[in-house]
Ligand binder design. Sequence first.
Ligand code: GLU
Length: 304
Amino acid sequence: MDYQQILEEIQQEIIPLIGKGTIADYIPELACVDKNKFGMYLLLLDDSAYEVGDVQELFSIQSISKVFMLALIISHIGEKVYERVNVEPSGDPFNSLVQLEYEGGIPRNPFINSGALVITDMMLTHLENPKEELLRFVQELAGDTSIAYNEKVANSEKAIGFKNAAMVNLMKSFGNIHHDVEDVLDLYCTFCSIEMSCAQLASAFRVFANHGTGVIDTKKYITKSQYKRITAIMQTCGFYDEAGEFAFRVGLPGKSGVGGGIAAMLPSHYSIVVWSPGLNEKGNSLVGLKALELFTTKTGTSIF
Ligand code: GLU
């Protein structure tokens, strides 16, 4: 298959959509990102890579970090994670408070904000230095020690994170947050502020395409059964309340973030990352969704 040719075709076909959608300017530091950016990077298990566009430029991975957070905590405490967070799609926006109230402070899944806030709380309990350990984990998966948090983005979000604060407080009132509210919020915003390029993110995400084992270092980061569960949650909950649409149009497990990135993978075959900052009304990259739909259609590859 001529993957390079396919990526180049996609780059042409998405031109009318470039610049469309809205930037996640509710985080002030993200408001200045150039909406016209587009990068797409495909990495196969045999190490061949194909790319178009701005694939080396760093962007804020935001909620994509929730996959790494889940993988790291699961590698430490296993199934216990699911005692405090469910695994059902929410069908509500990622920062919605309504379900939390009537479901007794147990978040629907680990990939919406409330779920990731509980995971952050678990990381504070079970990891010695969660801030350093998550970054090291991502660096190791990507094989790149230059990956870092962007403190400016983290601080910018902390300053306006009233809804996240409301969620942590609500969950604390139900006994599902064990640490200090401010400590949880600080760490969560820091996790969201990781910056990566499409190329780095595809390298890190490839561990999921390889069933939890590093392709180059052959290290078993998570067990096969943990991999299976994380992948299932990506498939059902990875795209806010657009997970059904993503499965319908693209057909790959993955995760999006409001920084405009989407990381996805085909088990046993490849990881693929698209970045374009203009978001649709559900918070997913408008161009990213289209580009991935074109990719799985043209290549005839998807999990279905
Ligand atoms: N840090 C963002 C927030 O909590 C993450 C949102 C996202 O990427 O889904 O609002």
